[in-house]
Structures are given as C-alpha cells and as structure tokens.
Design a protein around this ligand. Structure first.
Ligand SMILES: C[S@@+](CC[C@H](N)C(=O)[O-])C[C@H]1O[C@@H](n2cnc3c(N)ncnc32)[C@H](O)[C@@H]1O
Length: 239
C-alpha cells in the first residue's frame, strides 16, 4: 500500500484546535516559554522559528522579545496564512513570515541569535542537514530549543486521554462536538503516524535525538522527554 502523505495545508485549517483544546499541546507551549524565559536577546537580534506552523510559538516569541526580529519560517502556504492573519489581528510588527522549505532556506553564517523548532524536525526531508544549517546560522554562543516528536503515537491512548479531559472540562455534548470538529486533525495525525511507521518521517529515542544534535556540533545544556512521552527536547548552545 502506498504511504499516505500528510497535507499540512489541510491540517492548517483546523490546526489551532490544538492550542484551543488540547491540554498536552497547551502544556508543551507553556513548557517551551518557561525553558526560554531567561534568554537575553539584544535589540534587533534575530530569532528563527523553523517549521513555525500557524504561529503559536513565533507570535508569542515576537511578543516576549519585542526588541528582537522574529522570523517565522514554514514551507506551507496554508499554515503561513493562518499565522499571518493572527499576526495582523494582534498588531505584531517584529515578525516576518518566510515561506520556504528548510531545504531551500539559507541565512548568513552566524547571523541568528536564537532558534526554536517545535515538532517540525521529524517532518523535514533531511533532519540532520537541517540541524547542521541551524548550527551554521547561529552566532557563537547562540542558543536553540529543539523539540521533536520521536515516537509513533498510540492513537487509542491519546483519544482516551483527550476524551477524559474534555468530558471533565466541558461535558459530553461539547466533547462530541470537539471530536467531530477535530476529525481533520485526527486524519492528518494518522497520516503522520503512517509516515513515521514507513520510515518517511524521522523517529528516535531521546538518546538518539541528543546524540544527533551533539554530532551536529551543539553543546547540550539541558534536555528531556515531553508530550506524554512522544517527544524529546534539548536546550543547546553553539560553542
Ligand atoms: C506539526 S507542525 C508544527 C508547527 C509548530 N511548530 C507548532 O508546534 O505548532 C509541523 C510544521 O512543519 C512544517 N514543515 C514540514 N516540512 C517542512 C519543510 N521541509 N520546511 C519547512 N517547514 C516544513 C509544516 O508545514 C508544519 O507547519
């Protein structure tokens, strides 16, 4: 059977149901901003959010570091359109949207102060090359927070955890409505799962992730497992 392919463009239309309803996505979002809260970013320094999706991180980054320039980079037009609308609605002026695949992207060596990439590396055609690019784009001493989904999701386990949360939070009628509305999210996640199983998307243990990042030249400052055991994160620095 042919591997189905995730459509980021279709996913984009419902993607923000995650930040609206999914407590595990919301928890990771809080964790990311907690991990980078002490970053010192000087005026006009540049921060890149690579694989930035609908801007849930890039927009908040721009708000958190108002003196910095934030680049939201993503290959998908649908994702970028949602991010653009939110950026305008919130009156954000220090964010620019770059529509490009990481494989075609280039920045001058040493030009970035910091990089985040959340749940995107696994989907890149060559995650190691992307990590090497991030390393070269960062200035010496620059930091990155890299979070990546390394394991194949157990769908039933997630659906039960979500249903339990929605039932307690909203009751049965709204739970039913969220699941109905979220059908496209489930469908695209099923495609991602199949692409992971077929080896199209990168899967890894925490140790493999950490080692790969280290081999790309980064110093690991901290790291761990998150997102109900599915994902790995490392806070790194370029020496
Ligand atoms: C699961 S989403 C994560 C979005 C966002 N970082 C978040 O956590 O909400 C993965 C994103 O990676 C983007 N992506 C996939 N392949 C890409 C590539 N080759 N270059 C740049 N972005 C890519 C997709 O368009 C999608 O927006």
């Amino acid at each position: 059977m042919k591997t189905p392919v995730v459509s980021w463009d279709t996913y984009a239309r419902k993607y923000d149901m995650l930040i609206q309803y999914n407590p595990f996505y919301q928890r990771l979002h809080r964790q990311v901003f907690d991990l980078i809260k002490d970053w010192q970013i000087d005026n006009d320094n540049t921060i890149l959010d690579l694989g930035a999706g609908t801007g849930n991180y890039s927009i908040r980054l721009a708000q958190q570091f108002p003196e910095a320039q934030v680049i939201h980079a993503d290959k998908d037009a649908g994702m970028n359109e949602v991010a653009h609308d939110k950026m305008i609605e919130k009156g954000i002026e220090n964010l620019s949207i770059l529509e490009s695949g990481v494989e075609e992207m280039d920045f001058p060596a040493g030009s970035l102060e910091a990089v985040i990439s959340i749940h995107a590396l696994y989907a890149f055609p060559d995650p190691v090359e992307a990590l090497q690019k991030i390393h070269s784009w960062l200035r010496k001493g620059g930091k990155a927070l890299l979070v990546d989904a390394g394991r194949v999701v157990n769908v039933l386990d997630w659906q039960l955890a979500l249903a339990w949360h929605f039932l307690r939070e909203y009751g049965p009628a709204k739970t039913w409505q969220i699941f109905r509305e979220g059908k496209e999210v489930s469908r695209q996640n099923a495609y991602i799962r199949q692409m992971q199983k077929d080896g199209v998307f990168w899967t890894h243990s925490y140790e493999e992730f950490e080692q790969t990042v280290r081999e790309c030249g980064f110093e690991i400052l901290d790291g761990g497992i998150t997102f109900r055991g599915v994902s790995d994160w490392v806070l790194v620095r370029k020496d």
